[in-house]
Design a binder for this molecule. Sequence first.
Ligand code: SF4
Length: 412
Amino acid sequence: MAAYAPPGEVVTDLETPPTLELSDDLGEFSRAPTIEALTRLAREVILDPTYPTVRAWTRSGRGAVGCFPVYTPQELIHALGLLPVSLHGGGESVEISHADAALGSFLCSISKSTLELALTSRLAPFRAFIFPYICDVSRNLEGIFSRVLPGPPTHMLHLPQNLHSAATVPFLVAEYRRLIEKLEKAGGTPYDPDRLATSIELFNAQRARVAELTTTKRTQPGKLTLSESYLLRRLGGLLPRELHLQVLDRVRAELAERPNRARDAIRVLLVGSFCEQPTLDLIDLVEQVGCYVVDDDLLQVHRWYDRVDPDGDPLENLATAYARSTIDIGVRATPTTKGEAILRRVEAAGAQGVIFLTAKFCEPALEDVVLYRRALDRQKIPYLHLEFEERSTSYEQSRLQLETFAESILFD
Ligand code: SF4
């Protein structure tokens, strides 16, 4: 097993050496002149499992914290002077050769590839890791991380299951305080409510910009592809948020001038990928075969609540935003309103059908699909269910299924 290098040290024993070197100020993103250039760069960053943006950020001694999906309030990490980084596994770039020994076969890919990244020192630039308790897999992964990585602390963020009790918000505030204590010890600056309020405003602005991007995709789906929208959003969990805002401002200006290139395609809702992410090839494929994805579950980090109140006690506001969020995904114990929720989303998006794109062995997503299908069947809304794994390389069968699905709606 490769040794775990302390933050800032160059990792030399990787199976795949770092390929992309970025400048300390990540100026490559400010200078990328077009959306095409930005998304090309984003693709390179995402396919490099050594976290080039984090290596660049931490080179001068700054700290970064890895956040497993879904519900870490990243504002809190930012307020302590650390870079919150969304972890999304190893994607298509990581061969699993160590993690299999610690995890069973019938588990989602993100759990294995995230552990593989840790065991091969690719997570060396991080100061700490946070695992929200979203499912048994994430809970166990936190335990394994704390054993295999002797240096950086890990934290299991417990989430309230009953969202309607008077104790819900105080419970979550207490959990956030536990997290703060740990991050302060991991090199964060001491907690200051005013700084958290400022961070909340910054993240509100980021979410609003991301929402604009998704609105554009819904109302003018020919303006940008799903891949472009995805890559631009994914950068938001990797870059300093101030820089991501600047990037999205430039994207907004460019999109205003771009034509809405309409083509014969069906409007679909893409549901189920709220934790493990499909590969970039699969994301490309969905639109190549004749679909416009007009709403999706990808990258929940930007949408699991709309806006956090910046006034008043900021910790309470963060907890309240979680408890009151109406975003309903498989890892959140809400009353069984899932059927209604999917029908509302279909209607709001003006979707003609639903594609369930779920990670293999992701029980929370699969349980939701059962509930969603019942509601869609009742309303005779067509749907297709595909499963994916991070290391899939051939999509011939998925292509065929997607083409058949799109044509059955187009020529109905
Ligand atoms: S993909 Fe599903 S099973 Fe795996 S960690 Fe995420 S929510 Fe849990």
